[in-house]
Design a protein around this ligand. Structure first.
Ligand SMILES: *Cc1c(COP(=O)(O)O)cnc(C)c1O
Length: 455
């Protein structure tokens, strides 16, 4: 292995990194970070990287943001953590008020978890137990879409539909109904996501009409299936889903973990379809990328089915050690304050337009760019072997990964999803940052194609 720093050596001796084949690190060792400031990460050799993926979709207001640092510092000096059963504290109470002000109308009760996957587990358990307690005991199964991603714990992984992450674990997983979901780039109906009538909803409709007696809930990522490659679909699908869930008495669980907090141009993606889910899961941007915290937010109807004398045994006996962690809550309160005071959602409109202009101008004439899709602050290009047939590159070629390594050497963190190169920067990026991000993406893609002798 070539010239590792002391820290890199210790890292590789001891640490197993997430979502990684550790053998890859032989030729591409971990980049050891020293600090972060604004949209940039800085490594131990003082090289800067523009964090174009918001450090896995969590960061919102930049790294080491002074206002959030202060909120964290003040809370740490007041109360760092305490048991949340029978006890409460101001950060959680303030958060309950400020989050309920911004979520879709009709959501009114909050259960605290400590990461996205745990919020999904909470939502599934709530939905299941609800139906048991109101006497609809045959409603025991869940529905999730093809290409879904809902996290990595066994329940969350069960509802995830990305084979890459769950295939080997199949024997361990819950038995899920999985109707074919939207696939707008390769739409089997020959339609376009901007003006279709979500014809693909027929699969869901058929399943719900036939099996609703067995179904407790449907979980979806509203509007963008992020992990599957920023697959954007029509809000009409969500409208139809809301109506069908009402008709067939099935919970609609919206997993807003990735798309919440402004990523799609609205505070929550459900707003594009003007719907209220029965349970909404949020995490990631909730703490602006600072701390693990998640919420499952639900209607009174669900809450009420658990509310009774103790000996009816209807309570929700779920807990996590760090439920309602005050540090996370204080940061979330500050995050929501910043959204309000800094008009974040409105200010992002011009930024997302600028991202679109830059991509349109610089990336679309590269011969292997099959589709450019964008919603709000999420932009993605899908690279394909053949633009006519939309034939994908062989995943074994690891096209995105190779481009990612080139882009890193040029100072942009563009961690891909297979053959999809995407941009999901923190909202504090300015026009210079965006220009730099897209320029480097262009140079890196072209450098890769030339190296492979296909351009
Ligand atoms: C990231 C993500 C999760 C899982 O959250 P973790 O905090 O990583 O457990 C669940 N659902 C969606 C849509 C996500 O993007």
């Amino acid at each position: 292995m070539n010239n590792l720093t002391k820290l890199q050596k210790i890292d590789l001796d001891n640490i197993w990194h997430p979502c990684s084949q550790m053998k890859d690190y032989e030729s591409f060792p971990p980049i050891v970070l020293k600090s972060g400031k604004g949209a940039y990460l800085i490594d131990e050799n003082d090289k800067k990287y523009l964090d174009a993926v918001s450090s896995w979709w969590v960061n919102i207001f930049g790294h080491s943001n002074q206002k959030i640092n202060d909120a964290l510092y003040n809370q740490a000096n007041t109360l760092e953590h305490a048991i949340f059963a029978n006890f409460s504290h101001k950060p959680a109470i303030e958060l309950s008020r400020s989050i309920l002000e911004v979520v879709p109308n009709g959501l009114s009760k909050i259960f605290f978890g400590d990461n996205g996957s745990s919020a999904v587990e909470i939502a599934l358990k709530l939905s299941f137990q609800y139906h048991q307690q109101i006497g609809k005991t045959t409603k025991t199964r869940f529905v999730a879409l093809t290409n879904a991603y809902h996290g990595e714990t066994i329940g969350a992984l069960s509802v995830s539909g990305c084979e890459l992450y769950n295939k080997i674990y199949k024997p361990l997983l819950l038995d899920i109904f999985r109707p074919t979901g939207p696939d707008c780039y390769r739409c089997p109906y020959g339609k376009c996501r901007d003006n279709c009538d979500a014809e693909c909803f027929e699969h869901m409709e058929k399943l719900l009409s036939e099996k609703h007696n067995e179904i407790s809930g449907v979980i979806v990522e509203p509007l963008v299936q992020c992990a599957a490659g920023m697959m954007i679909y029509s809000p009409v699908y969500l409208k139809k889903l809301r109506a069908a869930c009402d008709k067939y008495d099935v919970h609609l669980i919206a997993d807003e973990i990735a798309v919440g907090f402004g990523r799609t141009g609205k505070m929550f993606a459900c707003e594009h379809a003007n719907i209220t889910p029965d349970i909404m899961c949020v995490s990631k941007g909730l703490t602006a990328g600072y701390m693990p915290l998640s919420l499952a937010i639900m209607t009174d109807t669900i809450y009420d089915a658990f509310y009774d004398d103790y000996d009816t045994m209807k309570a929700f006996l779920h807990s996590h050690s760090y439920s309602g962690n005050p540090l996370g809550c204080a940061i979330a309160v500050e995050t929501l304050k910043m959204f309000k005071n800094e008009n974040t959602i409105e200010n992002n409109i011009a930024k997302s337009e600028f991202i679109k202009e830059q991509i349109t101008e610089k990336l679309l004439d590269i011969p292997y760019v099959g589709e450019f899709r964008q919603i709000g602050m999420i932009g993605a290009i899908e690279l394909v072997m053949d633009k006519e047939t939309k034939e994908p590159f062989d995943s074994k070629k690891r096209v995105g990964y190779e481009i990612y390594k080139i882009a890193l050497s040029k100072g942009v963190l563009l961690r891909p999803l297979g053959n999809i190169v995407y941009f999901m920067p923190p909202y504090i990026v300015n026009e210079d940052d965006i220009t730099f991000m897209i320029d480097v993406a262009k140079e890196s893609i072209i450098e890769y194609l030339k190296r492979e002798n296909i351009m």
